[in-house]
Write a protein that binds this ligand. Structure first.
Ligand SMILES: *Cc1c(COP(=O)(O)O)cnc(C)c1O
Length: 359
């Protein structure tokens, strides 16, 4: 792979996976389709750490977010907000007619399980939303700890945005006791954008059946019925499914442990570059605190980030600008999916040269 595309989503897609999308169309109500669906269904479950169905939903990851809120929450939502995607989760809940209370963390920080306990003691909520890996800041929430508190202190359902963690690090939906976990195709799964993957607990599905405004296209209950037939409620994106089939087979060959270790190594290489190597000399910082960092995206505090991004573009490389209010003070390096440590190190080396040139 010619590694030049280090955006924190979409990430680089290997040629073999792109080629898989050129497969001719097949009938979506055919035995061939059911075989394909059964294969991908079984291979998705380990990525979520669940024995529950993982639904393949059309649209981007935000469709998973809206499905989560529509089918998983009733009225009172506690939204844990550590950045732009946590805020989006809260906004989706508001626009779906829920009453939302936010617990907001400073940029680069996360909401702790203790803060969640306090919030649950002071209010009554049927649902808690959290983003595992906050792609806008590179901060990683303690979802296991939060899930334990939610279970202990309330009857609320926990909805988890795991968009930049599924496929890069252990996501343990069943062991955590999370009620819904979703991701999208174009992040750590290293596919083209356009699919969301959603897993839901039995009790969340039971709640969904009691809710009247689930709509049609994002109805979890309908997806569950069709999952059992190894079908999709509506015509699925066949090219993306062929690519998914190829990619899940390759992920199985690499092995999940090896894949997670590779992500940990890439993240470590990036943080060391910022804090010990070139970045230390250039006065850079990692925004998120040690111990609360995502393995897939690093948000780097630096001078003139937009100039750095532009200069890298001129060299044929793509990295992310800072998100929203962080645009003039940070840049973001995505190190996820099928990227390698060597490919990332080549980028960092170039970034050092570019930054020194701008001084
Ligand atoms: C990218 C991202 C999303 C939204 O994904 P879309 O595919 O653009 O809808 C949501 N949450 C997180 C954490 C993300 O990184």
């Amino acid at each position: 792979m010619d590694e030049r595309f280090f955006l924190p989503g979409p990430t680089e897609v290997r040629q073999e996976v792109l080629d898989a999308m050129r497969h001719p169309m097949i009938a979506h109500r055919s035995a061939a389709m059911e075989l394909l669906m059964r294969t991908v269904h079984a291979r998705l479950q380990p990525l979520f750490g669940t024995a529950r169905p993982v639904y393949v939903v059309g649209g981007s990851a935000t469709n998973g977010m809206e499905m989560a809120v529509r089918c998983g929450s009733v009225q009172r939502v506690l939204a844990l907000v550590c950045g732009a995607f946590g805020e989006r989760f809260a906004e989706v809940a508001e626009l779906t007619g829920r009453e939302v209370t936010r617990v907001i963390a400073e940029p680069g920080e996360v909401v702790s399980p203790e803060q969640v306990r306090l919030a649950l003691e002071h209010g009554s909520y049927d649902t808690v939303t959290v983003v595992h890996s906050e792609t806008s800041t590179g901060a990683l929430s303690d979802v296991a700890g939060i899930a334990a508190v939610v279970r202990e202190a309330s009857n609320a359902m926990l909805l988890v945005d795991a968009v930049t963690s599924v496929g890069a690090m252990p996501v343990e939906m069943d062991a955590w006791g999370a009620d819904l976990v979703f991701t999208g195709s174009q992040k750590a799964m290293a596919l083209a954008p356009g699919l969301a993957f959603v897993a839901a607990s039995e009790r969340l599905l039971n709640r969904a059946r009691t809710l009247g405004d689930r709509g049609y296209v994002l109805d979890l209950v309908r997806y569950d019925e069709f999952w059992h037939k190894a079908q999709s409620p509506t015509t699925p994106s066949l090219p993306l499914l062929f690519a998914l089939d190829r990619q899940l087979a390759d992920i199985e060959i690499e092995g999940l442990d090896a894949r997670f270790a590779r992500h940990a190594q890439m993240a470590r290489a990036c943080w060391d570059w910022v804090e010990i190597e070139d970045g230390a000399e250039l006065g850079l910082q990692v925004l998120a605190a040690e111990g609360q960092r995502s393995p897939t995206v690093t948000c780097v505090v630096c001078d003139r980030p937009l100039d750095v991004v532009r200069a890298l573009n001129d060299e044929g490389y793509v990295i992310g600008t800072g998100h929203g209010a962080l645009q003039r003070t940070t840049l973001r390096v995505g190190h996820m999916g099928d990227h390698s440590v060597a490919g990332l190190e080549a980028l960092l080396e170039l970034m050092g040269r570019v930054m020194r040139g701008l001084r």
